[in-house]
Every structure is written in structure tokens, then in C-alpha cells.
Design a binder for this molecule. Structure first.
Ligand SMILES: [Zn+2]
Ligand SMILES: [Zn+2]
Length: 344
């Protein structure tokens, strides 16, 4: 089968012909891939930035961690799925027995594996091996190509939002920093969950227009500058109750801290920059800073249900597996409006 694999850090992926994976453990499933989202994390992996956090995977391996497909083969007595079922794959297959799994935080499981991330072969290939615990069943009528980015982008957004929504009053103010793929999903989920004011911040005029179309209350064209003054002005000098930062780079961490209300939450999803805050500010304003890593199995299930109800739509640009490096290059250059998806 064809698979797009990383042979050396800093080099393009190579589309090679490799064996179809076979199951190793009881509970393993083989999925015939329908589509796989192309993610900024793929670029970070190729650039070697994730080596340490992924525990130094051995090369080569197949990337692709936003996967949807059909159950091809099931190893062992697995309840709830059968061959031919359309499914979306949570990026982490988990053990089910450790403390993290027992508390529903499968993404923090120490005994699992993550296809396309940690050295296990992923979904830029015609077939993938994963575990049955990671599968969320989709309806027969679900558009699989549009669903693929939910496996990471969508579940991460839902997780970040779900954690803090109970802290925001109905007349509160939420800022969404970065109105690209993840920001677009965030605005749509927020519209389902709350009546709060939603303020979208982006440096790109086109993405601002997109956010307006999705029904945000206000927008700020940040143009790479400190946007805290504008955020304060739009919130009657109170500041935002919660800021979701899908950029986490450049000026966004500092501006976010300055644009938060007292007792507010700065929730970080995008990464790459640094946060430098005097501790007296955190204490004096009782500000919380929160990181977000993927999301739980139930978070994925929840966002899939919203998608299947037609509440979440994401622009998708389709690529063939042979075009994977073009897709990555376009993503790097900011030329993909929404999400690139490899379609089989
Ligand atoms: Zn991803
Ligand atoms: Zn576990």
C-alpha cells in the first residue's frame, strides 16, 4: 500500500510502497483509511521539534493523525463495532486500566500509542492499525472527508472550551485569538454552547471576514500588534472572561494577559511563543493560565455529534497522497483556508 513516510528530519515525506499493517494485540483494529487531515503538528514533527515530547521515535514512520475510515478487521472480542463501520480515530489509543484512563483522560494514558505521532504508523496510508478503544463510530451518512480534522483539531477545541464554559456568565465576553481552522471550529462550537459575546482576533482580513460570517459579535484586526487595548474597549474596560489562544505565538500571550478581566482564564491551544508575566499580575488579578492537550474520548464523541447535526462546518481542501508535500507546503505558507485533507 502507499504511505507517506518520514525518513529524515528536515526532509520531505516520501511516498513509499509498504505492507498493509496487521494487528498485534487483542483489541487491535485495522482501518481502511478514507481521509486524513494535514496538521501543523505534522510540520513540527518533520522539523524535528517533537522528537523529545514523542520520546524519540525511530524513523522511518508514516505520519497522519487526523484519521477517518472503515473498520476492515477486528482482532478479538470487541463490542460495539463491526467490519465496515465508518469511524473516526481518537489520536491516542489507550490502555483502559491506568489512572488517567479510569478518569476519562485517555489522552494522558502512559501505556497507549498514537498512530502518526509517536513512531507508530499513521493515516497518510491506505490502512492504519489502532486499538478499538480509540474508535468513535460515525453515521453511514456522515461526510468522512469533512470529519477528519475533528480527530485532532476538533477534539482539542472542544476540550479547551468544555473545560471552562461553566465559568462564563451568559453576558460574558470570550475572545478567540486566531480565526483560522481551529478558531473557526471554536466559534461554531461556542455558538452552540453559549449566548456570550464572541470577539475574534486575527491579523488576516480574510479570516476576520470568515469569523464574521460565522456570527461572532465583534472582530479585531490585530495586524500583529498588541490587541489588548481594543479588547478592553470592546468589553467596557473590563476585559475578556476567557481568552482562547489558537496562535500562542508572537504578541498573543502578552496581549491576552493584558486583555483579561480580573479572575479571567487564559486558555492556550496554539503554541510556539513564550509567556512572560510578573507573578504579582497573576496573583493580584487572580488570573489562571491553562494549557490544552488534545481531548478526551468523550470530547471527540461530543464534537462528532455536533458535526453530524450540521452545526460544525470547516472548509476542506482535498489532496491525493502523492500531493502530501504540496499540502504541507501550502499549510506552512498560510495558503490553506480551513484544513487540508488527504483523501483516499
Ligand atoms: Zn493535528
Ligand atoms: Zn491508560
Amino acid at each position: 500500500m502507499k504511505a507517506a513516510r518520514l525518513f529524515n528530519y528536515g526532509e520531505k515525506l516520501q511516498v513509499s510502497d509498504i505492507d498493509v499493517p496487521s494487528s498485534i494485540n487483542s483489541g487491535d483494529v485495522i482501518i481502511r483509511t478514507a481521509a486524513a487531515g494535514v496538521c501543523r503538528t505534522d510540520i513540527h514533527i518533520i522539523d524535528g521539534l517533537m522528537k523529545e515530547s514523542m520520546n524519540f521515535p525511530s524513523l522511518p514512520y508514516t505520519l497522519g493523525h487526523e484519521n477517518v475510515g472503515f473498520v476492515e478487521e477486528i482482532n478479538g472480542d470487541v463490542q460495539g463495532i463491526k467490519e465496515g463501520d465508518p469511524v473516526i480515530l481518537h489520536p491516542q489509543n489507550s490502555c483502559g486500566f491506568c489512572r488517567a484512563c479510569r478518569s476519562g483522560m485517555d489522552m494522558l494514558c502512559d501505556n497507549g500509542f498514537s498512530p502518526g505521532l509517536d513512531g507508530s504508523d499513521g493515516g497518510f496510508a491506505e490502512y492504519i492499525r489502532t486499538g478499538s478503544r480509540s474508535l468513535v463510530k460515525l453515521k453511514q451518512s456522515t461526510d468522512l472527508v469533512g470529519a477528519a480534522p475533528l480527530a485532532d483539531a476538533g477534539v482539542t477545541v472542544y476540550h479547551a472550551l468544555n473545560k471552562v464554559m461553566h465559568t462564563i456568565p451568559p453576558e460574558g465576553n470570550i475572545a478567540v485569538i486566531g480565526a483560522g481552522g481551529l478558531g473557526q471550529i471554536a466559534v461554531q462550537v461556542l455558538k452552540c454552547l453559549t449566548e456570550c459575546n464572541i470577539i475574534a482576533v486575527d491579523a488576516d482580513e480574510r479570516k476576520i471576514r470568515n469569523a464574521e460570517r460565522l456570527g461572532v459579535t465583534e472582530t479585531i484586526h490585530s495586524a500583529g500588534r498588541d490587541f489588548s487595548g481594543e479588547l478592553l474597549r470592546l468589553t467596557e474596560n473590563i476585559g475578556a472572561d476567557v481568552i482562547f489562544d489558537f496562535v500562542g505565538d508572537f504578541e498573543t500571550p502578552q496581549s491576552s494577559i493584558k486583555g483579561l478581566r480580573r479572575g479571567g482564564i487564559y486558555s492556550i491551544i496554539g503554541y510556539g511563543g513564550a509567556l512572560n508575566v510578573p507573578t504579582v499580575k497573576l496573583v493580584g488579578s487572580e488570573i489562571s493560565v491553562m494549557g490544552n492537550l488534545v481531548g478526551s474520548y468523550n470530547d471527540l464523541d461530543d464534537i462528532v455529534k455536533l458535526y453530524e447535526k450540521g452545526k460544525i462546518r470547516l472548509n476542506v481542501e482535498r489532496f491525493r497522497i502523492e500531493e502530501i508535500n504540496d499540502a504541507l507546503e501550502k499549510l506552512k505558507s498560510g495558503l490553506i483556508d480551513g484544513r487540508g485533507v488527504v483523501v483516499f
